[in-house]
Every structure is written in structure tokens, then in C-alpha cells.
Write a protein that binds this ligand. Structure first.
Ligand code: CP
Length: 302
């Protein structure tokens, strides 16, 4: 992991994933240390973010590191026409590690090829969000005690949701039963289904989950990704297709937990928030410890 960019969740094998989760547990016990003293980390956000950027920055600050960067490319020289290549080569001179979110799929891979420091993908278009996946796995293992033999429901925008694409790939290391719940328009892309088929893993597709939610160990809700739709009318048709409400989780398993990468719009009604099965805010907190584990592994400090 040392000095290696994290562009896709597939950059880490099963052992490396488990090592990050072990480290995250260590950081959760002791999140304030000085191991990043003298390190400068750049956060380049070409797309909006609350959790990913702030949890990365919180993780770095708690470990004694410094952050440089921008939260909006309109305040950078990109507005003058500077290319991504020139931006990344320049920023590489100023830091030990780059964390980048960008709307274009493949941008993180490209950045990792031109950078002279490691790059962490903080989300590239509808493609991948590997650090979200590692914090999702940490949340799953914390709540279920295992990553094996779980029945996982991925609900909502499975077409454009990068978090479900990365999570599917990571959970393929374990004996997972996948249930994909989406409208026809937002189905899991064929390439991901083929990925599972090639590994001999089972998945089931549904358009509704009210009758089958009692089987779930994890219900992973997602927002319909308005920003990826070219036709606003198409978004209007599907935007409120699934709204999870408290009465719908009454007969679910005691261990069942509801995850959501957030932000949510309407897909989880606030009446779910007080349920012990609602785990999405703790999940966001887990992002700090998991990102501390990722950064310290890449910088060779753990
Ligand atoms: N989960 C996630 O990526 O949230 P943000 O868009 O707020 O970073």
C-alpha cells in the first residue's frame, strides 16, 4: 500500500482491505496522534462534497498534518484553461499526497499517472468512490461482526451511484448475496453484473423491496444522482421512487442496519432516524477513522 495510489477499490486485495479495517479500529480507539507532523496533503475538489472532504480534513488535522487545496475549481487556475495534467503536476510539488474528487470518470486514474505523489480517488463521476467503500465495509463489520454470508440490499440509483459500484466489487471478496433494487432506468450496469457472474456470485434484481426487506442484513440506500442526468424530465420520473419509512422496517432482522453514503434527499424519511437500525450518521463518523487508516498506510506511517 505504501506510496500506491488508491484509484479503484480493486487496487486493494482482500488482505489489504482487511488491514485497513484493522487499522481503522485502532484509530477509532486513538484518533488524535501526531504521526502526520510535517506532512502536507492536498485536497482538490472539482465537485461539491461535505463528508468526504471534511472527514479527510478532520482525519489529517487529528493526526497533526496540514491541508492545502481548493473546494471549488472556480477559485483555481482551471478557470483560466489550465489542464488537469498541469494542475496535478504542479500540486504534486506542494504536497506528499493528493486527494481528488472530479466529475469525469477515469480522471483519478489519469491524475495518478501524471502525479509524482500518490493520489486518492475521492469520487470520479459515476465510476468509483473507494474510500467510501472502505468506510462502508468498516461500518458493516462493526455492526454485523463479519463481512461474510451477508444479504445486502443495494437500493436506488444503481446506474450512476459510484458508491454501490465500489461496494459491490469489495463485497465480492466475501460470500455475499446481492439484491439490487432499482427502477428499470437505474439498474445496475451490465459490466458489474458480469463481474459478479464471472466470480460465480449470485445477485437478484427487484423493482420493489417492501415484501423482501425482512431478509436483509444491510439495506444500503442511495440518492438518485440528479447531477448525472442529461434530461431533467428523466430525473423527475424517478427521483422519489423509494422512500424508506419507519413502519417498513418493523419486521426486519434484529441485526439489520440501514446505511446511506449521504447526502440523502427523500429516500430515507426522518422518521427512521431514531431507529436503532439507522446507522448512516455513525457511518459518516467512521469515515474519519477509515481515512486515517488509508492515509497512514499510503504514507508508510503504519
Ligand atoms: N458520501 C459522500 O461522498 O458524501 P459527500 O458528497 O458529502 O462527500
Amino acid at each position: 500500500m505504501k506510496d500506491k495510489s488508491l484509484v479503484s477499490i480493486n487496487d486493494y486485495n482482500k488482505e489489504e482491505i482487511l488491514k485497513i479495517l484493522e487499522l481503522a479500529a485502532e484509530f477509532e480507539k486513538n484518533p488524535s496522534q501526531n504521526i502526520l507532523k510535517g506532512k502536507v496533503i492536498a485536497t482538490l475538489f472539482f465537485e461539491p462534497s461535505t463528508r468526504t472532504r471534511l472527514s479527510f480534513e478532520s482525519a489529517i488535522n487529528r493526526l497533526g498534518g496540514r491541508v492545502v487545496g481548493f473546494i471549488d475549481s472556480s477559485s483555481s487556475s482551471v478557470t483560466k484553461g489550465e489542464t488537469l495534467k498541469d494542475t496535478i503536476k504542479t500540486v504534486s510539488n506542494y504536497c506528499d499526497l493528493i486527494i481528488m474528487r472530479h466529475p469525469l470518470e477515469g480522471s483519478a486514474k489519469y491524475a495518478s499517472e501524471v502525479a509524482t505523489v500518490p493520489v486518492i480517488n475521492a469520487g470520479d463521476g459515476a465510476n468509483q468512490h473507494p474510500t467510501q467503500t472502505l468506510l462502508d465495509l468498516y461500518s458493516i463489520i462493526k455492526t454485523q461482526g463479519t463481512l461474510d454470508d451477508l444479504n445486502i440490499f443495494l437500493v436506488g440509483d444503481l446506474k450512476y451511484g459510484r458508491t454501490v459500484h465500489s461496494l459491490l466489487m469489495a463485497m465480492s471478496h466475501f460470500t455475499t448475496i446481492f439484491n439490487f433494487i432499482s427502477p428499470e432506468e437505474l439498474k445496475m450496469p451490465d459490466e458489474y453484473k458480469l463481474f459478479l457472474e464471472n466470480l460465480g456470485l449470485k445477485y437478484y434484481e427487484h423493482t420493489d423491496f417492501t415484501e423482501i426487506i425482512s431478509r436483509a442484513d444491510i439495506v444500503y440506500m442511495t440518492r438518485v444522482q440528479q447531477e448525472r442526468f442529461s434530461d431533467p424530465m428523466e430525473y423527475e420520473k424517478v427521483k422519489n421512487i423509494y422512500v424508506l419509512r419507519n413502519h417498513m422496517i418493523r419486521n426486519t432482522k434484529p441485526n439489520m442496519r440501514i446505511l446511506h453514503p449521504l447526502p440523502r434527499v427523500n429516500e430515507i424519511h426522518p422518521d427512521v432516524d431514531e431507529s436503532e437500525k439507522a446507522y448512516y450518521f455513525q457511518q459518516a463518523l467512521n469515515g474519519v477513522f477509515t481515512r486515517q487508516a488509508i492515509i497512514s498506510s499510503i504514507l508508510g506511517l503504519k
